[in-house]
Write a protein that binds this ligand. Structure first.
Ligand code: FAD
Ligand code: NAD
Length: 480
C-alpha cells in the first residue's frame, strides 16, 4: 500500500467516516485512521455516536419507553398486562446487536467506496504527515495533501465525583448497568442526564438529578423547557436546580453524595451515580509542537467557517471544533470539507441545526428562541398550537406539549421553531426544511398537512402566527 493519499481523515465517528466516504466518492484517494479497538483488539468504527452515544442511548430509550407504556398507558387503552418484567440482559443484547450492525456497516461502506481503513492512533506532524502508532506500538508514517481531523470529544470529569467502576459512571457506564438500580443519582440536567436518567426512571429506578444552574435547560426556549420540566416531574424525576455536588464516598455498596443547594448541605444515597456534566474535545497527543494548528481558549481546534485550521489543507470537524456537539452537525461538516477539497463550494448553514432531546415528551428546536430574539432586539410574532387540541395526539394518549413558531414581525420569515411533545424529533424536520427555504409563517400556513397527524399542529401554529388559526387560540405579539 502506498503511504501517500489525497485525504487522510483522523477519526471514524459520524464526522470522520462520512467525510472519508464523501471524499472517496468524489474520486479522492482517501484513508481513515481510527484507534478504537474492541475487547479482542479488532478495530471498531463509528466513534462515540454509534458505539456509546446516539445509537445505544436511543435503543435503551425505545426499550424503556415501551416498558413504561405497558406499565402506565396500556390500561387507558383497555389493555391489561399482568406481571410485567424487564429482562435487562435481553434489552442490553438488543442494544449491542444494533450497535454491532451499524459499526460493521461503516466497514462495509468503506470497502464499497474504496476508503483505506488504518487501525491506530494518529499524530499530525509538520508537512501534512501523519504518524500512526498501531496496537503493537509500531509507527508508520503517511502523507496527504489534505488532512481532516475528526477526533471527537470525551466526557468531562469532576473532582468531587471521580469515575469509580461499578458506582460512579459516565454516559458510557450508564448504558451498561446489568440490573435496574434501586436509586440512581445524576449530576447534570443536560441532554445526557435527562435521556439516561429517563431510561432508568422508566425501568423503575428512583432518579434524582442534581443540576448546578438555577435555570432548567437554559439554552432551550424557556416556555418549552418549563413545559418539559412539568412533565419530567410528573414522571417522578426529582430534579434539583442550583445544586452543586461537593463530594462523594462509596460506603457499604452505596454512593453517598454530598451537595449544596439553597437550603444548605444535603446528602443523597444512591446505588449508581451518573456524571453528565458536558464533554470536551479530544486533542491530546494529536498535534506535534510544530504542526501549526492552534486551539481556541476552550481547547477546541480553531477553524474558520469552512472548517479550515490555521494550516491550509488541514481541516477539523465535529465535536473537536466550535458549535453544538451533534452527530448530524459533524456529518454535514464532513461532507462540506470533502466537497471543498474536491473543488466545490458548499457551506453548512449554522443557523439551521436542529437540536433534539429524546425524552418523553421529546424536545426539538431549530433557529432562535424567544430569549435570543429578545436579547437581539428583534420584533417577532408567536404562534402556538398545543397538542391538547390535536385529535391525533388524543388518539395516541399523548397530549402534553406544543409547537411554537416565532416569525419576524416585519417579514413573517420563520426565525425559530420549538416543540415539546411526542415525535418532536420527527416533526422538527419540516421546520428545518421550511427555514432552509426561507419560508414565511404564511407559506407554512398555505401548505396542506394530512389529517389526522401531529404535523397539523405545525400548520395551526403557523396560522396562529398571523391570527388565522382555526382550532387553537390566535396569539400574536410584537416585542416593543
Ligand atoms: P466521535 O464520534 O467522538 O468520533 C471521534 C473518533 O475519533 C473516535 O472513534 C475516536 O476513537 C477517534 N480518535 C480520536 N483521537 C484519535 C487519534 N489520535 N487517532 C485515531 N483516532 C482517533 N448526538 C446527536 O446528534 N444525537 C444524539 O442522539 C446523540 N446522543 C448522544 C448520546 C450520548 C450518550 C453521547 C455521549 C453523545 C450523543 N450525541 C448525540 C453526540 C454525538 O455522539 C457526537 O456529537 C458525535 O459522535 C460527534 O462525532 P465526531 O465524529 O465529531 O466524533
Ligand atoms: P450538557 O452541556 O448538555 O449538560 C451538562 C449539564 O451539567 C448542564 O446543565 C450544566 O449546567 C450541568 N453541570 C455542569 N457541571 C456541573 C456540576 N459540577 N454539578 C452539577 N451540574 C453541572 O452536556 P451533556 O449532557 O454531558 O452532553 C454532552 C454533549 O453531548 C452535549 O453537548 C450534547 O450536544 C451531546 N449529546 C447530544 C444528545 C442529543 O442530541 N440528543 C444526547 C446526548 C449528548
Amino acid at each position: 500500500m502506498s503511504n501517500k493519499f489525497d485525504v487522510i481523515v483522523i477519526g471514524a465517528g459520524p464526522g470522520g467516516y462520512v467525510a472519508a466516504i464523501r471524499a472517496a466518492q468524489l474520486g479522492l484517494k482517501t484513508a481513515c485512521v481510527e484507534k478504537w479497538s474492541n475487547a479482542s483488539g479488532k478495530q471498531v468504527l463509528g466513534g462515540t455516536c454509534l458505539n456509546v452515544g446516539c445509537i445505544p442511548s436511543k435503543a435503551l430509550l425505545e426499550s424503556s419507553h415501551k416498558f413504561e407504556e405497558a406499565r402506565h398507558d396500556f390500561k387507558e387503552h383497555g389493555i391489561e398486562v399482568d406481571d410485567l418484567e424487564i429482562n435487562v440482559k435481553k434489552m442490553m443484547e438488543r442494544k449491542d446487536a444494533i450497535v454491532g450492525n451499524l459499526t460493521g456497516g461503516v466497514g462495509m461502506l468503506f470497502k464499497a467506496n474504496g476508503v483505506t481503513s488504518i487501525h491506530g492512533t494518529a499524530k499530525i506532524v509538520a508537512g501534512k504527515q501523519v504518524e500512526v502508532t498501531d496496537t503493537k506500538d509500531k509507527v508508520s508514517t503517511y502523507e496527504a495533501d489534505n488532512i481532516i481531523i475528526a477526533t471527537g470529544s470525551k466526557p468531562v470529569e469532576i473532582p468531587p465525583a471521580p469515575i469509580t467502576e461499578g458506582y460512579i459512571v459516565d454516559s458510557t457506564g450508564a448504558l451498561e448497568f446489568d440490573e435496574v438500580p434501586k436509586r440512581v443519582g445524576v449530576i447534570g440536567a443536560g441532554v445526557i442526564g435527562l435521556e439516561l436518567g429517563s431510561v432508568w426512571a422508566r425501568l423503575g429506578s428512583e432518579v434524582t438529578v442534581i443540576e448546578a444552574q438555577d435555570t432548567f435547560l437554559s439554552l432551550v426556549d424557556q416556555q418549552i423547557a418549563k413545559e418539559s420540566l412539568k412533565q419530567f416531574k410528573k414522571q417522578g424525576l426529582d430534579i434539583k436546580l442550583k445544586a452543586m455536588v461537593t463530594g462523594t464516598e462509596i460506603k457499604r455498596g452505596l454512593v453517598n453524595v454530598s451537595y449544596k443547594d439553597a437550603k444548605g448541605n444535603q446528602e443523597l444515597k444512591v446505588d449508581k451515580l451518573i456524571v453528565g456534566v458536558g464533554r470536551v474535545p479530544v486533542t491530546e497527543g494529536l498535534l506535534s509542537a510544530d504542526s501549526g494548528i492552534n486551539l481556541d481558549e476552550r481547547g477546541f481546534i480553531f477553524v474558520d467557517d469552512a472548517c479550515q485550521t490555521d494550516v491550509p489543507g488541514i481541516y477539523a470537524i465535529g465535536d473537536v471544533v466550535r458549535g453544538p456537539m451533534l452527530a448530524h452537525k459533524a456529518s454535514e461538516e464532513g461532507i462540506m470539507v470533502a466537497e471543498r477539497i474536491a473543488g466545490h463550494k458548499p457551506q453548512v448553514n449554522y443557523d439551521c441545526i436542529p437540536g433534539v432531546i429524546y425524552t418523553h415528551p421529546e424536545l426539538a428546536w431549530v433557529g432562535q428562541n424567544e430569549e435570543q430574539l429578545k436579547a437581539d432586539g428583534i420584533d417577532y410574532n408567536i404562534g402556538i398550537a398545543p397538542f391538547s387540541a390535536s385529535g391525533r395526539a388524543m388518539a395516541a394518549n399523548s397530549t402534553a406539549g406544543m409547537v411554537k413558531i416565532l416569525a419576524d414581525a416585519k417579514t413573517d420569515r420563520v426565525l425559530g421553531v420549538h416543540i415539546v411533545g411526542q415525535h418532536a424529533s420527527e416533526l422538527i424536520a419540516q421546520a428545518v426544511i421550511a427555514m432552509e427555504f426561507g419560508s414565511s409563517a404564511e407559506d407554512l400556513g398555505l401548505t396542506m398537512f394530512a389529517h389526522p397527524t401531529l404535523s397539523e399542529s405545525m400548520h395551526e401554529a403557523a396560522l396562529a402566527v398571523n391570527g388565522n388559526a382555526i382550532h387553537v387560540a390566535n396569539r400574536k405579539r410584537r416585542k416593543k
